[in-house]
Write a protein that binds this ligand. Sequence first.
Ligand SMILES: [Zn+2]
Length: 299
Amino acid sequence: MYFSGMNAIATDIRKGKILVSDGAWGTFLHEKGLKPGECPELWNLSRPDDVLMIAGSYINAGADMIETNSFGGNSFKLVSFGLASKAYEINRAASEISRKAAGPDKHVLGSIGPTGKMIIMGDVTFDELYLSFREQAIALFEGGSDALIVETMSDIEEAMAAVKACKENTDAEVICTMTFEKTGDRTFHTMMGITPAVMTKELLAAGADIIGANCGNGIKNMIGIVEEIRSVDQDVPVLIHANAGAPVYKDGKTVFPETPEEMAEYVEILIKAGANVIGGCCGTTPEHIRKIAEIIRRK
Ligand SMILES: [Zn+2]
């Protein structure tokens, strides 16, 4: 295992390093021919070279860490493709591919997204979520992820089930980011009403090593989110994966409007606000990451 049990990312951050993460995966997979309704994670088994190319393009762009193609790799999502019994194999392969691209020196963050099931609606219990995330976390860790990133969460209970499943069953460093939107009163909430301050408190209690925000916002709005996290905790490492702006519907498809240069303009302000790791979410490309890396390495 790579860096396991070492909390290497958080340790670097506490030494004062600012790190670069990767950009979008979903957008990239669609560009390479993923069809609507197709299972993106199955590509780890059926088209590993295409997945490896995506991972490698972010390493070449200067990322210190890359994710895995496993965002929807939990059993609840895979069951809709008839693939629940392959969850271990699919997640393990996801890590092996990203590790191949990252080599021994860069970090691999095993991606864990939401299940789509809601505790509050009675779809699922906390324990059922925990067991599904445990299966995914173990497979990702055994495939070579040295960190696990629970991301795009809006329900704090689901986020906590995932963080606990990662912490209690692997030696990986555990990151958790939630997705916030700015509401009418100009404060930030997840779809389920969780603020960045509440997230910080709950996720630290659940054992997360690194917290932050991803998706939902362009990089500009991430500044206010980081400030709110910092208003309740000065010490926790903070990771931000921002979209390339808010999506707009144009010529029959969704596009993310921010250029690499536009996004890069906010990198220094975001670091000043207290972010320690910066990468991209939807709509960001290796070019966005290259620009972000240029700014960060200049410091
Ligand atoms: Zn996104």
